[in-house]
Ligand binder design. Structure first.
Ligand code: ADP
Length: 163
């Protein structure tokens, strides 16, 4: 039984994240999506909003072996607490790869029993980044090809509160 953990900010959850989730669910016996609670970053959506949105998407995809949780702390400590041996991450570009490679070395130093598995993105999700979505949102651009309708609705509602 191989348990994997997919950590990230998921702010907002995109079709790129969902693609990694469905491919990860096919590779591992169980997959925990862990929303990192980072009090230093200014979030677009709160971790609780992200959690509800991800649960809705995962239920819609029929992925029963996937769980969603929020966590504040070191991801290797979360892995240890649920007895997971794999840290799953996605890569879009060589810049992502450099970052993810260094992160994997750091996590290996923190816990050598946990293996990082990197999944290359599918070409259609190549340009999908949270920062681009935030910018498009601020400028009133169309983000419907990047995030599921429920996520778009939550983001527009959030923008409405801030206008
Ligand atoms: P973090 O703030 O931890 O980088 P993100 O929410 O930005 O969290 O990303 C979580 C993971 O999902 C990272 O491994 C990231 O590389 C991956 N990811 C994000 N967008 C995509 C995408 N379009 N295709 C594949 N992987 C992606």
């Amino acid at each position: 039984m191989v348990k994997a953990v997919f950590p990230g900010s998921f702010d907002p959850p995109t079709y790129g994240h969902l693609n990694i989730i469905s491919r990860g669910a096919a590779l591992f016996d169980s997959l925990d999506i862990v929303i990192a609670v980072n009090s230093r970053k200014t979030p677009l959506l709160t971790p609780e909003e992200i959690k509800l949105l991800l649960i809705e998407q995962i239920n819609g995809m029929g992925l029963e072996q996937v769980r969603v949780t929020t966590y504040e702390g070191l991801i290797v400590d979360y892995c240890r607490s649920v007895d997971a041996g794999v840290l799953l991450r996605g890569v879009r570009s060589s810049a992502d790869f450099n970052y993810e490679f260094e992160l994997s070395i750091l996590n290996k130093q923190l816990n050598e029993e946990i293996e990082t598995v990197l999944l290359p993105t599918e070409p259609k999700y190549f340009v999908l980044r949270s920062s681009t979505i935030k910018e498009l949102l601020n400028l009133g651009g169309d983000i419907s090809a990047m995030v599921p309708p429920a996520v778009e609705k939550a983001l527009l509602k959030r923008r409405g509160r801030e206008d």
